[in-house]
Design a protein around this ligand. Structure first.
Ligand code: FES
Length: 280
């Protein structure tokens, strides 16, 4: 669980996105696209789910990408090459279904772009024609742009401020594309509101759509029930039944409401953590 490499791949005044290459022989030999691991940076951190972005059986390592978003991701981002993670559990969740859908649009928003990358590679390998749309607040937060562009048949960038690609949201580009041509499948990962917007947009054209959810996970083994979501009227656990679900069957209002429940507490803990850090 030693960190072999660490690199800050995107940074603004407020946001930092970090890539880690971690020595983990067992996960490197077993992981599949769509799966994730649970990571604890140190003994005081929470367990956080991170997508398996890549794995390398030669170096027996896995690649993870995390955005500093709260208490535990900040502590993770402070670790350096040579440090070891307190714990890592995985691979977890169901792998993505590898099949030829035909014409696929993959959409990544923010750090969700990292989660799109292994899926895009898998879909390409299975003969799909892939169109990738990546979106971020600003140019400095676009990650894996070159890597995704290389494997895409068509590639589009959107930024909220227009500093790269077209100004606007990923859903603006999605709408343009599906209004012009027929597509067989849409796959999106990003903030919940983005995934809901993608789902609403593709639903109008009845294009089957999947999203990857990693909401409120605690144990990630199906024991605690914290990650429950309602899909097609049934309770599902994102950690063992997901993280991929049919976007058109998700009760989005419920997911977003539950996800917002802990925002104030998280802000409070981050504030305390900053104070503690300054005291050292
Ligand atoms: Fe506990 Fe999924 S995280 S049941």
């Amino acid at each position: 669980m030693k960190i072999l490499n660490k690199k800050i791949i995107a940074e603004t005044n407020q946001i930092k996105i970090v890539r880690f290459e971690i020595y983990s022989p067992l996960i490197a030999s077993k992981g599949n696209p769509g799966q994730f691991v649970m990571v604890m940076a140190d003994s005081h951190s929470e367990r956080i789910p991170l997508t398996l972005v890549d794995r390398d059986s030669k170096s027996q390592s896995i690649t993870l990408i995390a955005q500093e978003a709260g208490f535990s991701t900040r502590r993770l981002a402070r670790l350096q090459a040579g440090d070891s993670l307190f714990s890592i559990l995985g691979p977890l969740g169901q792998p993505t279904e590898k099949k030829n859908y035909g014409k696929v649009i993959l959409i990544g928003g923010g750090v969700g772009i990292a989660e799109i990358y292994p899926i895009a590679k898998a879909y390409k390998k299975y003969g799909n024609q892939i169109t990738v749309i990546v979106g971020a607040k600003t140019k400095d937060l676009l990650i894996l742009r070159k890597e995704l562009e290389e494997i895409s048949d068509s590639f589009y960038v959107t930024t909220d401020d227009g500093s790269a690609g077209s100004k606007g949201f990923v859903t603006d580009r999605l709408k343009e594309l599906i209004d012009k041509e027929n597509y067989d499948f849409v796959y999106a990962v990003g903030p919940l509101v983005m995934m809901k917007a993608v789902s609403d947009t593709s639903k109008e054209k009845e294009i089957k759509t999947a999203v990857s959810l990693s909401v409120l996970m605690v144990d990630a083994t199906g024991m605690c029930g914290c990650c429950r979501v309602t899909v097609a009227g049934q309770t599902k656990f994102t950690c063992i039944d997901g993280p991929e679900f049919d976007a058109h069957e998700i009760n989005w209002q419920e997911v977003i409401r539950r996800n917002n429940m802990y925002i104030d507490k998280e802000k409070h803990i981050c504030k305390l953590d900053k104070l503690n850090k300054n005291e050292k």
